[in-house]
Design a protein around this ligand. Sequence first.
Ligand code: PEP
Length: 252
Amino acid sequence: MNDTIKPLVAGNWKMNGLTADLDEFRAMCQRMTPALAKKADCMICGPATLLSRLKGVAGEGPITVGGQDCHAARNGAHTGDISAPMLADAGASAVIVGHSERRADHGETSQDVRNKAMAAWSSGLTAIICVGETEAERKAGQAIPVVSDQLIQSVPDGAQAENTVIAYEPVWAIGTGLTPTTDDVAEMHAAARKVLIDRIGEEGNKVRLLYGGSVKPANAAALMAVEDVNGALVGGASLKASDFMAIVETYN
Ligand code: PEP
């Protein structure tokens, strides 16, 4: 584990979350002790409809809130889309960009992701840039080249640790209960670290590299202990306070 980078555990609620689910978030905020907050940062990326209410529950406490996508433009004729200034206005401090579900369902390219990351920065948001290979790409021995290329194309010039987080999420591990071996995670994170350093210089050593894909309380400690894993992006297990906080508490 890299002791110089403060880890981040971010939850991605995806298209889940109604008013009643604010109670789960309230329970997370109550369980996030000051001692734990010193050891790890914690965030929930909720649906846009709940963001301002999530922020209302979080107040100035240690759990921050983020969005799940933003448009590259600040405003305009883009029915149904949400912009980075809107997310910031609702209380978000970060936004996920390039999640594989957006790359697959909405045809987003790495160039789109890069533009969205720059839009996030313009509104003072941290961009959580997701990359990851498909099962076919891994089976073909292409996982590292695919993810390296996604990183090169998706991370804008000028990325810094304070405005950028990378999430490595193998597509085949998302929502499936499958995870790579810890050796595979270590190999990928080492490769990603090298690409980041080549891309943005010494700053690449400071950018947080999260692992995402079926992180659960039962496997979190082993995954979070892997070299160059600086936290987790958690989908399904972030919907329940007991599961999500058990993952955050691996840093206790
Ligand atoms: C995700 O979608 O970012 C994710 C990691 O999902 P899950 O934890 O459910 O695999």
